[in-house]
Design a binder for this molecule. Sequence first.
Ligand SMILES: Nc1ccn([C@H]2C[C@H](O)[C@@H](COP(=O)(O)OP(=O)(O)OP(=O)(O)O)O2)c(=O)n1
Length: 137
Amino acid sequence: MKTGEEGGEDKEVVSLETLSKKMDDFAKARDWEKYHSPRNLLLAMVGEVGELSEIFQWKGEVARGLPDWKEEEKVHLGEELSDVLLYLVRLSHVCGVDLGKAALRKLELNAIKYPVTQTDHSVGEHSSSKSKLKEEN
Ligand SMILES: Nc1ccn([C@H]2C[C@H](O)[C@@H](COP(=O)(O)OP(=O)(O)OP(=O)(O)O)O2)c(=O)n1
């Protein structure tokens, strides 16, 4: 699917369903579904989070947009971010969780828990946003 961008440039929109289907095809083609259990996928994802962390390790704080990074470092970053995302999507799939839906619901909960009028960004000390959302629905 393509969508128009402000600058007239088309950008491909990649859905979570597309990624999930591709992971499913990948696993089926290799007969790897037996390895893709929830626990295995969780551990694999955590391992990839470790690899992602290594990229930032010892660098100190880095500026948004990573202006000082080499192109190859950014490509590597994209690969590790992708590994985390792909395992997360796959984990959600094998657990029967609709990740897109769950994330939209969580954003709603976050908005209730942290209203825009709140300025101190503190966490905790909030009444349960989950019960508030339940009351509203
Ligand atoms: N049983 C497996 C093994 C791999 N993958 C897929 C999902 C990840 O996107 C990627 C992970 O592959 P590697 O374990 O080879 O990890 P890296 O690509 O990070 O390689 P390395 O750890 O050598 O840097 O492959 C998978 O779906 N199921």
